[in-house]
Design a protein around this ligand. Structure first.
Ligand code: RIB
Length: 290
């Protein structure tokens, strides 16, 4: 039986220029290729979980412009429940301007648009589920309300603290799982470890670590793959970890599953187009005897 996951978060259209060196401040670079894909950390994580076999409900907000349908296309095609996604009249759909270097590293600037209209009241739309998953590309009161809604539903609450920004200490202390990369871990410091929940630290090519009260419980190395585009790798990891924990995998197996999904995602361009299916992740692990 499928696990159930509710995601409240951002929905963007990603405008991607890839293949040219990343520009420094004030610099112009030429020679890039252009592509556009659906994106946004919330939508990416929702779709990642869906492709890995979960029933997923997405709550978010798009504008009433021509970009909205493009931003929602893959969520709809893959069967994410988007009945709770609002369309805000007179507002622009969120857009991310993404530069991807020949080595697959990226720079992202987000024009949040309609994502800023997601409010605390919207969390009430989250239906019964095993896990509620949030990120920080929507206003913080909405994320706090998700924590309360998850508690009311008896669901696990996972917060991916990306991008890093101030959040109430109570949110950090009460989350069941916090997911951070190295930049976010530096930003929050010891505040991450004050609660009794799990903290998952992703370390890129160094793998991932799971801690509780500052004590390491599990660690997995990164998988060696040919990196094409790292955009959305963190989102893939978060969606996959939400699925793995909802399926009651052990901490180590959950980290391994999420790392495998993220490794597959970086081998293809774009965030959402690169999200792997469950069959691909299972085969990737089986090929390695895992
Ligand atoms: O994490 C990658 C995502 O960040 C992109 O899809 C972009 O939309 C930004 O939200």
């Amino acid at each position: 039986m499928s696990v159930s996951i509710g995601v409240l978060g951002s929905i963007n259209l990603d405008l991607v220029a890839s293949g040219a060196p990343l520009p420094k401040a004030g610099e112009t670079v030429t020679g890039a290729r252009f592509a556009q894909h659906p994106g946004g950390k919330g939508a990416n994580q929702a779709l990642a979980a869906r492709r890995l076999g979960a029933e997923v409900q997405m709550i978010g907000c798009v504008g009433d412009d021509a970009l909205a349908e493009s931003a929602m296309r893959l969520l709809r095609e893959d069967g994410v429940d988007v009945s709770g996604v609002m369309s805000e009249i007179g507002t622009a759909t969120g857009v991310a301007l993404i530069a991807v270097s020949p080595e697959g590293e990226n720079q992202i600037t987000v024009a949040s648009g309609a994502n800023e209209r997601v409010g605390a009241a919207d969390a009430a739309g989250l239906e019964e589920c095993q896990t509620v998953l949030c990120q920080l590309e929507v206003p913080i009161p909405a994320v706090e309300a998700c924590l309360q809604r998850a508690q009311a539903l008896g669901a696990r609450f996972i917060a991916n603290l990306a991008p890093a920004k101030p959040v109430p200490e109570a949110l950090l202390a009460s989350a069941d799982v916090l997911i951070v990369n190295e930049i976010e871990a530096d930003y929050y410091g010891q505040a991450l470890h004050q609660g009794s929940g799990l903290v998952v630290l992703t370390l890129g090519r160094e793998g991932a670590v799971l801690l509780k009260s500052g004590e390491e419980l599990a660690r997995v190395p990164a998988f060696e793959v040919q990196v094409v585009d790292t955009t959305g790798a963190g989102d893939t990891f978060c969606g996959a970890l939400a699925v793995a924990l909802s399926e009651n995998m052990s901490p180590e197996a959950a980290l391994r599953f999420a790392s495998a999904a993220a490794a597959l995602a970086v081998t293809k361009p774009g965030a959402q187009p690169s999200l792997p299916t469950r069959a691909k992740v299972d085969a990737f692990l089986a090929d390695r005897g895992l």
